[in-house]
Ligand binder design. Structure first.
Ligand code: AMP
Ligand code: MG
Length: 438
């Protein structure tokens, strides 16, 4: 007896289509800022969905299917009782009244799982439990509650319609029905449906293995002692790791609390083997200790850009090591890193997973108060969105500072103020990205 039901068709092996070169030409160092969507689309153009494989159904939770799945059975598989009672011919009990019950002869009992073939004739009944196959000739079930629960003979006090209290063959799912489509994300309800249809294995793309590396000589792991007055706790490693986990990644957390390029090279090199994607934080701006920007060009193809967004202006992308592992290099300020995650990393993780809708869908909200923005940049305000009878209202929390972790934690949305916008009046509509993916 095989543990897994064998599928009749073997999954097709997909070709490895990882890029070997950037398929676009990085900017030649001009001063113009790159629009956010353009940077995102460039990153997306450099990654391909991970190769799918057959996995057990339960393990596919949260993953995107790579096949349409049809049912090869009916659900229910056979007409069966919906309640505990007596299987009858409705016509026999049509005149049943409390004061004038109909008496039927009980010819047997059927339990769930009982395949005994029984057939009833006129004025006969079978005691039947929920889920047991209906006997031939019966067309309804009379619940115990409207009978005297008799054994050899039963009195029925109330009539039932034909078809009452039974679940017909194929009434839920018919043989040949499509149960799920390629690209659909497997949730618990779909798992229930597929399991009910006897499907134990599906073809799905795996969780991307995402390595998160935080850089910065000033950083200390939370829980460890701060030993000099200039040290701070590393917020990004867990922030970005948790966001990646919520996006569906299998996350490895690697603190690289250093600004030394040689040390970082060793750390990154060690991670290449297990990464479908590497995310670094910090060290991508113009400072003297911007280690990521100094190191990465020597490890592969890189593209550093100033993106027309605030926070999150300095961004880096690369394909590094022998296998051209994609690396997204985020700025170090925690809010910048998080906003950049939402803008760039989330879509890339979704693409790796084969999810069709990769970008955050903008949600329209009414601004509750005046909002100001810098011209020429997409401004991401931290917002609190509340839902009032189906209408969404948003207000900003805190200031623009990209170090403000407290405000970020209070927010449930990012308010997108486009580059051409300098001011939004109270009552105007604005676009927001909702943040509760997890
Ligand atoms: P950087 O991009 O490395 O120049 O960092 C910009 C700012 O973000 C500096 O004030 C850093 O101390 C801070 N920063 C960088 N990485 C982290 C981190 N992992 N956690 C908290 N703050 C950070
Ligand atoms: Mg730094």
């Amino acid at each position: 007896m095989p543990i897994f039901r064998r599928r009749t068709s073997q999954p097709e092996v997909e070709p490895d289509t990882r890029p070997q070169e950037f398929t676009y030409v990085p900017d030649a160092g001009d001063e113009s800022l790159r629009p956010m969507a353009e940077h995102r689309d460039r990153l997306l153009s450099q990654v391909e969905p991970l190769i799918a494989f057959g996995m057990s159904l339960y393990d596919a939770w949260g993953l995107a299917l790579c096949e349409d799945i049809t049912s090869d059975i009916n659900l229910p598989r056979f007409d069966n009782a919906q309640v505990d009672g007596y299987a009858v011919r409705a016509i026999d009990v049509s005149r049943a009244r409390g004061a004038d019950p109909i008496t039927l002869r009980v010819i047997g009992t059927l339990y769930a799982g009982d395949a005994t073939a029984l057939q009833i004739g006129p004025r006969e009944a079978v005691r039947i439990m929920t889920g047991a196959p209906m006997p031939v000739g019966a067309d309804a079930v009379v619940p115990f509650a409207v009978t005297d629960r008799g054994a050899g003979a039963v009195r029925v006090y109330v009539p039932v319609e034909a078809g009452a209290n039974l679940r017909p063959l194929g009434s839920d799912v018919a043989d040949g029905d499509v149960l799920a489509r390629q690209g659909q994300v497997v949730d618990s309800r779909l798992i229930g449906l597929l399991a009910g249809a006897g499907i134990d294995k599906v073809l799905a793309r795996p969780h991307p293995r995402v390595v998160v590396i935080s850089t910065g000589a000033e950083l200390v792991e939370p829980g460890r002692p701060l030993t000099n007055p200039a040290q701070i706790y590393d917020a990004n490693l867990d922030l970005i790791a948790a966001a990646a986990k919520a996006a569906g990644a299998l996350v490895y957390r690697v603190p690289a609390h250093s600004d030394d390029p040689d040390q970082l090279r060793d750390i990154v090199t060690d991670q290449l083997i297990r990464a479908d994607l590497i995310i670094t934080t910090g060290g991508v701006s113009e400072g003297d200790a911007d280690v990521v920007k100094q190191l990465m060009p020597s490890m592969g193809l890189t593209d550093f850009a100033d993106v027309a967004m605030q926070p999150g202006r300095p961004q880096g992308f690369g394909l590094i090591g022998e296998d051209k592992v994609p690396v997204i290099m985020l700025p170090g300020n925690p809010v910048s890193a998080y906003v950049s995650f939402e803008a760039f990393v989330l879509p890339v993780i979704r693409k790796l997973m084969g999810i069709e809708q990769v970008n955050n869908p903008p949600v329209r909200c009414v601004a509750e108060s005046i909002m100001r923005s810098t011209k020429g940049k997409l401004q991401f305000g931290r917002g609190i969105v509340r839902n009032d009878n189906g209408r969404r209202f948003v207000q900003l929390v805190g200031g623009h500072g990209s170090h403000l972790l407290g405000d970020l934690a209070r927010a449930n949305a990012l308010v997108l103020l486009p580059p051409e916008v300098e001011k939004v009046a109270a009552g105007d509509l604005v676009h927001c990205w909702m943040l509760d993916h997890d």
